[in-house]
Structures are given as C-alpha cells and as structure tokens.
Design a binder for this molecule. Structure first.
Ligand SMILES: *Cc1c(COP(=O)(O)O)cnc(C)c1O
Length: 354
C-alpha cells in the first residue's frame, strides 16, 4: 500500500472555471495563466483541460516549448520575457510571445537580426513597481519596438497590485489608459480579480490565473459564490488514533494541551507534502466529511486532527486537507497565507491523479 496522501485534479472543474471567466469577459481573449506548473496542478494536464483558451502564459521557455511540442497552437506568452540573447532564436522557432519590461531586453533584441519573428507584450509599470516601463518612458519603448525589424505584433500590458483589495484598479487603470491611449495596440490588464470585478479592464486579452483553479481572488467572496469549483483536492487518511487525558500535550513544541480527555487522529500529511507548517491549532480540516480542526504543530510527514466531535472516525477515515468541501482559501487564511502559495507548494512526493 502506498502512503495514502493524494492530490486529485478535477479537469471538469478547470473547464467549468474557464466558462465562468468567459461569461464574465465574453468579448475578450483568454490567456490562461499556467505558470508554476499550472499553479501546482500540472502543466500539461492543465493545458489540456483549458485548451479552449486562446492563450497560455507562463515563465519558462522550456515549458513553453513542451506545450508547442504537445501540439498546442495557441498564443504562448512568457510573462517575464527572455533572459538572454540565446533565448531569442527559440522564441522565433517555436512562435512564443514574450513580455518586454526593461530597456536591457530591447538592447538584446537590437542585436537579433531575424525579421518579423517575435510578438512582444510591452509591459507598463502603472504603479505596482515590479516590472515594466514607467508611463513617461512608454513612448520611447513603443517607438523603438515599432521600428524594430524583429517585432511582428505589439501588445500593451500592465498588472494590478490591488484588484482584489478595496483600493481596486482605478488609479493604475487611469495611468495605463493615459499612457496607452496614444496607440492603437491590443491591450491586456486583468488578472482574475480584475476580470471578475472590473469589466472596464478587459481590453483585448484577460489573464486569469487563480480563478481557473477554483479559488476566489477576493477575501469577501467565496469561490462557490463566484460559481468556481476547486480543481485540486488534497486528501489523506488517519494513520493512528491517540486517547489523550487532561493535560496531555501534542506534537513538537507541545503547542496543544488537552483540557479534558479527548481523541485525536494522526494524518499522513505534513509540510514535506506542502501542507503549511505555520497552520496553527484550529485550522479547518474535513475528517470523514465532517469539519474539525488541526491541533499542534504540523510535522514533516504528519499532522494532528481533533476527533472529539467525531466518535465514528478512526484509523483509515479519509481526510480532506483542502479542495472539495474544504475551501483552500480558509486553510490559507488560517495559516497566514493565500491559496496560490498552498497550490504551488504541493511537493513532488504527493501522487497526483485526475
Ligand atoms: C500570475 C499573473 C496573473 C494571474 O493572476 P491571478 O491573480 O492568479 O489571476 C496575471 N498576470 C500576470 C502578469 C501574472 O504574473
């Protein structure tokens, strides 16, 4: 028997979530963001389920080539663009579009002789101050790229820092529109949060990520309320049961101490599987389909769950760490992180099934 932990990927949920994105942005091309191994769900698996999308966005040129070699004909975009001159012939050969965010990239491009070979997404820094040209530098970058023999199509893009927050997008949107308004070029602005909440950001291409995997980008709205279904369910089983007496302590650092006699279950899932070590006492978990809580400190290979309200639960009872019936956002919030990080942190030792 293998260790009972398993991540199940629901391909129908991925397809459902893409339909939700389409309904919210019906006139806009979909660039499905599948960076970080499809947010931990598996690159090729996700590409297959989302093959209705008009494009895929990721970071690694080798992953982009894998998609081409698997037969995908969509636009494929590298969100950080190229890193060195040697990448350029590969971009041309495999027809991979790239973000250009800095002058050093245009300098590298100047030394590349091939004509009409590259689709470029020129990134505008509209306030996040991560990647992109300042609005006042945009004109110069556009002119350089428009004149450039290697560039085939030019798209303008930006990324929002607060589309999921109360602050929203308006300040960045205004700056972007003011800078981009001078050009009749395709545009791409929206991540999942902007796609769902701010139709005025839709432009030519939207770039949904987290919503496709079935998590809500918003703290004040659940995935279910948005019509999204979780694509990843991480499950395991109870390996052992301990009967605690009042005063007994649990796990490394004895972070939990029983106030009365109680039963606890030991689950085959730990931080080496990707479960967050910082999840405190009381993080929600499903045991035999019932909600209960974790106890004590998460160890490398195991964690503890409270069985005091679950007399039928015992060795072998299934446990859902997150996914169907146990929103990953709740686990993330309890552990002081976000669903994105939990999805990406799933480790290679966890078997994945569809
Ligand atoms: C990751 C990413 C996205 C997707 O963001 P979500 O919040 O997951 O929808 C979109 N655009 C860029 C540039 C990104 O890096």
């Amino acid at each position: 028997m293998p260790r009972p932990i398993l991540a199940r990927i629901d391909l129908d949920a991925l397809k459902n979530n893409l339909r939700v994105a389409r309904r919210a942005a019906p006139a806009t091309r979909m660039m499905a963001v599948i960076k970080a191994n499809g947010y931990g769900h598996g690159l090729l698996r996700v590409a297959e389920a989302l093959s209705d999308a008009e494009g895929f966005a990721l970071l690694d040129i080798q992953d982009a080539i894998r998609l081409r070699e698997a037969g995908y004909r969509q636009t494929i975009l590298l969100l950080e663009g190229f890193f060195e001159a040697d990448d350029l012939p590969l971009l041309a050969e495999y027809d991979i579009a790239c973000v250009i965010h800095s002058d050093w990239q245009i300098d590298l491009l100047d030394a590349y002789p091939r004509r009409g070979a590259l689709d470029v997404w020129l990134k505008v820094n509209s306030g996040m101050n991560r990647l992109g040209f300042a609005p006042q530098q945009l004109g110069q970058a556009v002119e350089r790229l428009k004149r450039h023999g290697a560039v085939r199509e030019l798209t303008l893009m930006t990324h929002f820092a607060n589309a999921d927050e109360v602050r929203g997008v308006s300040a960045q949107l205004d700056l972007f529109n003011a800078a981009a308004g001078a050009y009749r070029l395709p545009r791409s602005l929206a991540n999942s949060a902007a796609l769902l909440r701010y139709p005025q950001t839709h432009g030519t291409w939207v770039r949904p990520g987290i919503m496709l995997y079935g998590a809500s980008p918003f703290a004040d709205k659940t995935a279910a309320e948005l019509g999204l279904r979780p694509a990843m369910t991480l499950s395991s089983r109870i390996l052992a049961v301990q009967e605690l007496r009042s005063g007994d302590e649990v796990g490394y650092g004895s972070l939990f101490r029983a106030e009365h006699s109680m039963r606890i279950g030991i689950v085959a899932c730990g931080y080496a599987d990707g479960y967050p070590r910082h999840a405190p006492n009381g993080t929600p978990v499903l045991v035999g389909g019932q909600r209960t809580r974790t106890l004590g400190r998460v160890s490398m290979d195991m964690l503890f769950v409270d069985l005091s309200t679950l007399p039928q639960a015992g060795v072998g009872t299934p446990v859902t760490l997150w996914g169907e019936g146990m929103p990953i956002e709740e686990v993330a919030t309890s552990a002081g992180t976000i669903s994105y990080e939990l999805m990406c942190a799933l480790t290679a030792r966890v078997p994945v099934k569809t």
